[in-house]
Design a protein around this ligand. Sequence first.
Ligand code: GUN
Ligand code: ZN
Length: 445
Amino acid sequence: TSVAPLAIRGRVLSFDADPALVPSGGRGAVRYIEDGLVLVEDGLIKAVGEAPAMLRELSAQVMVADHRPHLILPGFIDPHLHMPQTQVVASYGAELMEWLQKYTFPEESRYGDPAVAAGASRFLLDELLANGTTTAAVFCTTHPGSVDAFFAESLSRGLRMVAGKVMMDRNAPPALLDAAEEGAADSEALIARWHGRGRLEYAISPRFAPTSSEAQLEATAALARAHPDLHVQTHLSENLGEIDFVKQLFPWAADYTAVYERYGLVRPKGLFGHCIHLGDREWRAMARGGATAVFCPTSNLFLGSGLFDLARARVEGVKVGLATDIGGGTSYSMLRTASEAYKVLALRGQTLPAFEAFHMMTAGNAAAMGLEERIGRIAPGLEADMVVLDSQATTALRRRMERVDNLADELFALLVLGDERSTVATYAAGRRVFDRRSGPARPAH
Ligand code: GUN
Ligand code: ZN
């Protein structure tokens, strides 16, 4: 459906390159237009430039949403989270394996009920859009209906979403288990039903090595071979007990990563959550495979899993994503997530400058997901997914901004002190899907 042309005015900020890879503090990677205009047509960005000059040329038919003095950024991208864990967030007192058994598996067992999955999907998408996140890589549950629910809700909102049915056939309650062939066949049917509809993309989603038999991983390998362009998402090397368990379950494997390599899953658009305790060989295998390590700082701190080594990933040439990991993670906000990333890296003697952080949340995560030609930047031809941010949204932000006189410091304070209260509006495919004044924009039907 064609949408009337729209232009969005404000302080436009986007990244042409990773500031970490550009000399002199990464300035050359930053595209910033103080009084900018983004022209949107049919869901895509048509033009970006200086507002006064562009407005002189535009027809009076074009509606202008004037967001000055707010910032306009590419919509945030969250490359790892769990749809069925919105009521697991903030469960007390456990490390990963206990947390899964005690809270997460019982909760996910409820998602065989389509109404539960539909309600959670609506809630999750409302929450993501309120936080300015327009694309996510999402684990549903074992139940195929949980994917139907999530994709149906995403489709009706016109979002680019990546999601899949979790495959798991052992070491969990029976209500959550599929079987080797069944899990792959259900995934195949979901791919046929959803992949490529609107902006939806299916992700092959074995939960993690401990919950899949070798037979299931074989079936997953065949599925992945049959669909070489699809995302694969799973978990890797999050927790020391988990790593020991993998050693027991797969005695033939040199290490945890070798299990996924054996089944052809360490490949481009392979999204591996956590990657905290990787050995030398594993880092090289990730790099060789062109896979992505996904850094989930609020989850890694909350579950006491460990501190991600960003410098190491960069040295090894491994792509990195930054994600919330709801519900091991504790915030839906990519701003808060980046703020916790900064603190994790501080404990490692590493830094995360503001431009690098904002690049990660946008173009960096797009590249980490292999979606850089569609989303992540404000540039002609890309999809019109954008977030408008108010860097003065709270008393603490306003107080801090009195002493800020440059963009880098403003962005850094915004990411440390900001959260969903800073979201003024969120656009997906050029449609306003969240507005601070009126809440989420729901589909008309
Ligand atoms: N490893 C396997 N499943 C999960 C999960 O749901 N959350 C996290 N954080 N790690 C996992
Ligand atoms: Zn996870």
